[in-house]
Ligand binder design. Structure first.
Ligand SMILES: NC(=O)c1ccc[n+]([C@@H]2O[C@H](COP(=O)([O-])OP(=O)(O)OC[C@H]3O[C@@H](n4cnc5c(N)ncnc54)[C@H](OP(=O)(O)O)[C@@H]3O)[C@@H](O)[C@H]2O)c1
Length: 197
């Protein structure tokens, strides 16, 4: 089960650190190309590899962590996805204004799913800041991550990964229910929950 990340900014790099710290190999791609990732790869160590976006898209599990306005163009040349799992970490808001994009009443995961025909999309890793995401254990407990999606096998894989990374995963249900943890309008984004035994 190989894992990649498209997008190596604040969220992509945070997820890469989580994976390598858990002993899992990861391939990472950004817009500017593998050479620009040399400092991050050096920081992450031998489990991390810089690849092209096309190479990253071939992994069994692909994290997508790209600025909302750039996702459609980033994924347009990729695919067919042939049932590969894509973790949608994205929110339809952007610096510097953080004004929500108009999604015509759809959830952000529904929009991203339409951009990735044939992929098994799981919405996760989107509701916390990179600083909070960096620490799965906190305050004597496990930080909560929400996940949602329409594909049970894909969700199971991401649930196992969430647990392996040290978080406490909560299955919100399908993509529509997952909107609870999505910008704009959901009550859960930014909520820093910690599960104590
Ligand atoms: N920051 C947060 O607090 C936060 C929290 C939760 C979720 N998110 C979501 O996570 C996603 C990423 O946010 P971020 O804060 O990590 O943004 P960021 O720091 O600006 O990083 C964005 C990354 O996307 C890459 N990218 C842009 N266009 C691309 C393309 N066409 N092909 C491949 N890669 C491309 C950029 O590559 P280059 O560097 O080469 O341009 C960069 O590595 C967003 O959807 C955001 O809503 C962010």
């Amino acid at each position: 089960m190989n894992i990649s990340i498209i997008g190596a900014g604040a969220i992509g790099a945070a997820i890469a650190r989580l994976l390598t710290e858990a002993g899992l190999p990861v391939s990472i791609a950004n817009r500017r190309g593998p050479q620009s990732l040399a400092p991050l790869i050096t920081e992450l160590g031998p489990l991390a590899h810089a690849v092209t976006v096309l190479q990253a898209s071939q992994a069994d599990i692909v994290f997508l962590a790209v600025n909302w306005s750039k996702i459609a163009a980033a994924v347009e040349p990729l695919g067919p996805w042939n049932g590969r799992v894509v973790v949608d970490t994205n929110n339809p808001i952007e610096a510097p204004l953080f004004k929500p994009f108009d999604l015509g009443g759809q959830s952000s995961s529904a929009v991203v799913a339409q951009w990735l025909p044939g992929a098994q999309l799981v919405k996760a890793f989107n509701h916390l800041t990179p600083a909070l995401l960096a620490n799965p254990t906190a305050e004597g407990g496990k930080r909560v991550l929400f996940y949602s999606g329409e594909h049970p096998d894909a969700k199971r894989k991401i649930a196992e990964l969430i647990t392996r990374l040290g978080f406490f995963g909560i299955d919100l249900g399908g993509l529509q229910q997952g909107a609870l943890a999505q910008f704009p309008g959901g009550p859960l984004p930014g909520l820093n929950l910690v599960k104590h035994d």
